[in-house]
Design a protein around this ligand. Structure first.
Ligand code: SF4
Length: 702
């Protein structure tokens, strides 16, 4: 076999029914890059129309990218693709996890793992370089993720990475995760592994990724990125507080390092982050002190350090040591980021009582909830798990739909008293599917249908449902009006695209953002000042396409979309311009092939259009406009006395949003009436086989 650069060159296929493990060349997926692209291609080609998420015929693909393990910054994400159980049509979805799993898979010599079939007994997959075996998992079946990880790591060695499911995944809870490294989770696909009786995948590799670039080319590129381009988490490029090195600051920025801010529980004594100025490459790891950003000032004294994924200088994972957690039967150590900490606070919707000192209640609830959810492997559906609990309780619906003895057994008093002990009872019920309440773990669409949540649930802004397909708003209309709204309509779960929000939330003034957008889409009119939105125009449609394409590119390469692309920079000397060709520069150096920004964007457009084709196939309809791309009514009806496009509101206009969809479909080359991909576009993107399969299913637009 020819030496492969970037890509490991082969993927694993594991048939659990037959207990057979084979390898295949990755080359046939090269047009789809890796990660998400490989995942969609496998699911489109190999999973028959009409298959449901937990059917034996469904497959699940763990795939990484050509830059993973190369040393390119923030490149150790794993993309997981399969039918998505909480989606009403079980349409395809992606989940993503950071950690070390992706790099270990590459070091073991694989670009992807395709899991198919179903085992008749609990097993785990052991990948030790070329030695790949299915092992008995009966000793860890029924255990939480922490115990499972510890036991399998003791078998594989501490340099391995273990991706496991908890009890929620085993019990096929729709809202369940796959997690590696104890806290890097991929939401929504845990139940797929449970349905296949695959408890975990352990991987260890000791090979290198081949780099084609000569001399110090890759190092130079890394240094350029670190010194000139990279911001803090979510590509914030200004600090959150005024600092001598910075022209601008913005209080929403995750560039939180400043004088006097410490990791209070660091080993050997507190460590002050100090100012971590742009260009100071030795202090990059201090930029994002997310413990206090996510949990408030009380988290400072419990912070051991900021952790993160292999190859990422931006450490966005808050690792805490909170001795008091032992009184709740939990380890004092907990690590997480963003929603992992926010979600338990949503469950504690009555508020949080302080535990040790004034103002620490929120942090305790977050840490206790994150610890429990991450062990059971429960996913929050971007916070909707808590929202649904609140609605069911406050509306009185639970009193009607839960059997009286079950209702009375739930410690509502703890919730009312704002006591985080409530979380112990709550997550256990969800993970073990105990009683009627556990249907909260089915996901919003199924819950609302089962318990007849009614129109108010869908249409009231306070619940934040974005789509009638059962997923919440996630950087939607508030993020550049129609552009964020369009992005949020296109996937089969909450939009996992941070490309746009990283620019809008970069902290730079709107005047600079407008200049940057003009360079991307040809006009500054592609972006509006926040909460001062104007009617739709073609540049916004282009910007939405740009943002989604870049997201698909990153999930295929597999780079972290919280950091990439390098749209803007922290440096005034660069006029705050980033480098949108940086992905292609890394690809050229790593693979030795000539990539450009345009060639990678074209591949990403192919991948996104394949996602659309898969959605058409899964939903068995071409009418994406009406069946898939709709929004809940509150987006148009909120602020009843205020008209859309009035300064101060992110209210959208129904007719304008239909115009937005039409313009977006046109940009994508999709049918402007239905939003389905046309044969001409599929063929232009090299997806003629996809067009043929859709034609056989009568799923090409007229
Ligand atoms: S920004 Fe956070 S999630 Fe992204 S690669 Fe870095 S540590 Fe991982």
């Amino acid at each position: 076999m020819n030496k492969s650069y970037g890509w490991a060159g082969k993927l694993l296929r594991v048939n659990l029914t037959a207990g057979k493990i084979t390898t295949e060349p990755t080359s046939k997926y090269k047009d789809f890059i890796g990660g998400m692209g490989i995942g969609y291609k496998v699911i489109f080609d190999e999973v028959p129309a009409g298959t449901k998420a937990f059917d034996e015929a469904n497959k699940i693909v763990f795939a990484v990218g050509p830059l993973t393990g190369s040393g390119a910054p923030s490149s150790s994400r794993t993309n997981i693709t399969s039918l998505f159980p909480s989606n009403p049509y079980n349409a395809v979805g992606d989940s993503h996890m950071g950690g070390n799993f992706a790099a270990q898979l590459k070091y073991a010599g694989y670009d992807a793992i395709i899991i198919e079939g179903k085992s008749n007994r609990p097993v785990w997959l052991k990948i030790d370089n070329d030695k790949v075996t299915l092992e008995d998992a009966s000793k860890v079946w029924g255990k939480g993720i922490k115990d499972t990880t510890a036991q399998l790591a003791s078998v594989m060695g501490k340099d391995s990475s273990i991706a496991a499911i908890g009890q929620a995944g085993e019990n096929m809870v729709n809202l369940s995760v796959i997690m590696n490294g104890l806290s890097h989770s991929a939401g929504g696909h845990g139940g797929i592994l449970g349905s296949k009786m695959l408890k975990a995948i352990g991987v260890r590799g000791n090979r290198a990724v081949n780099i084609a670039g000569k001399g110090r080319e890759l190092l130079k590129l890394n240094n350029y990125m670190m010194k000139d381009l990279i911001g803090a988490n979510n590509q914030h490029v200004v600090p959150s507080t005024p600092q001598p090195w910075a022209e601008f600051s913005h209080k929403g920025s995750r560039w939180t390092a400043r004088e006097g801010l410490t990791w209070g529980a660091a080993e050997g004594g507190p460590i002050e982050t100090g100012i971590a100025a742009a260009g100071d490459v030795n202090r990059v790891g201090y930029r994002t002190m997310k413990a206090t950003f996510d949990l408030g000032p009380s988290a400072e004294k419990y912070t051991v350090r900021m952790g993160g994924c292999q190859s990422c200088p931006i450490r966005c994972m808050s690792q805490l040591r909170i001795p008091k957690l032992e009184e709740y039967g939990l380890s004092p150590y907990v690590a997480n980021s963003c929603m992992g900490y926010f979600s338990p606070q949503r469950v504690m919707f009555k508020g949080n009582k302080d535990i040790e000192e004034k103002g620490d209640g929120k942090m305790f609830a977050a840490a206790i909830g994150a610890s429990l959810a991450d062990d059971y492997g429960v996913w929050c559906n971007y916070g909707l798990l808590g929202t649904d609990l609140k609605h069911g309780y406050e509306s009185g619906i639970f009193k009607k739909v839960l059997p009286a003895d079950e209702y009375n057994s739930i410690p509502w008093n703890l919730l009312e008293e704002k006591d985080p002990a409530f979380l112990i009872d709550f997550y256990r019920r969800i993970a073990f599917k105990e009683g009627e309440l556990a249907h909260l773990g089915d996901g919003a669409y199924w819950v609302a249908k089962r318990w007849d949540f009614g129109d108010d649930y869908w249409n009231n802004v306070k619940y934040g449902l974005w789509s009638k397909l059962g997923f919440p708003k996630h950087h939607s209309n508030e993020t550049n009006g129609q552009v964020g709204s369009l992005i949020s309509c296109m996937f089969n779960r909450d939009a996992q695209s941070h490309t746009l929000v990283n620019l809008v939330g970069s902290g730079l003034p709107i005047e600079i953002q407008k200049e940057v957008v003009a360079e991307i889409v040809g006009s500054p009119d592609g972006i509006d000042p926040q909460l001062n939105y104007t009617p739709m125009n073609e540049y916004k449609a282009r910007l939405a396409k740009w943002a989604i394409i870049k997201n698909c590119l990153h999930d295929s390469l597999t780079l972290c979309n919280w950091m990439w692309p390098m749209t803007v920079s922290p440096h005034k000397s660069r006029n705050y311009r980033g480098d949108l060709a940086l992905e292609s520069k890394f690809m050229t150096v790593v693979t030795g092939e000539n990539y450009t920004e345009q060639s990678l964007d074209l591949a990403a457009e192919r991948i996104f259009t394949l996602h659309r084709a898969l959605t058409v196939k899964n939903m068995n309809t071409v009418d994406m406009r009406n069946e898939h791309d709709g929004m809940t009514d509150w987006v148009f009806d909120k602020d009843p006395d205020i008209k859309a496009f009035t300064p101060g509101t992110d209210k959208m206009d129904r007719e304008d949003m239909q115009v937005a969809l039409t313009m977006f479909y046109k940009e994508m080359g999709w049918d402007e009436k239905t939003g389905a991909p046309t044969r001409a576009t599929l063929e232009r993107l090299g997806l003629g086989d996809v067009a043929n399969q859709l034609a056989k299913l009568n799923l090409l637009p007229a």
